[in-house]
Design a protein. Sequence first.
Lengths: 164, 75
Amino acid sequence: MANESNATSMSMIVTKGSLDWGYPPFILATTAAAMGLEVTMFFTFYGLTLLKKKLDLKVTTLGNPAMAMPMMGMHMSMPNIVAALPGVDSAATAMMKNLTRKKGVASIEELRDMAVEADVHMIACQMTMDLFEYKLDDMIEGPVLGGAASYIETATKSDINLFI
Amino acid sequence: MADQLLDAKGLNCPLPILKAKKALNALPAGGTLEILATDPGSVKDFEAFCRTTGNELMEHTVDGNVFRFIIRHSA
């Protein structure tokens, strides 16, 4: 192994569960694993939704002035008053999924499968499971249940620790 | 001629790297993998991937908008 940086492990706290925010943790986890790092992901609060068997992730332009979608040769961002209208989130979500397909970007499901396959350790936050009344049956196989102490123990042993 | 060809054309970050890693794993030590990609970011990424994992980036050429890499499985 010629790992010049000497980093051999990475952990991350995954706190967000929208279609756009679901990407960074899975992209980084799969890539780090491919580069030989031992990776642990701690899914908490809205991030926990990324572990559901059936993903129904959405993206919203509401309160997101930086989100400008390519449209008819321009970039369109949405005023909040429009973004709040019924149907706008589904339209933005459909547009985002369409773009990812067109640009050869993997789906979240695909990246998650690859993370599981690459033996990325996953911890599902027990407190969030209780808080949002998630059922174990609704979650994918693989993640272990744990809490803050489980994550902190991992973090003390990891070279890179991220909060996403 | 490499031992194995991976066509990653049209795929975007991080898929070319992830698929290359998978293909390298299937090769014996010393085996070579040729990768074709259209993602311009893959140039820097394959260099970084090879430096970090210790696999040897033997060749890297550009033909139009297609990037071609040859990596020896040495890690």
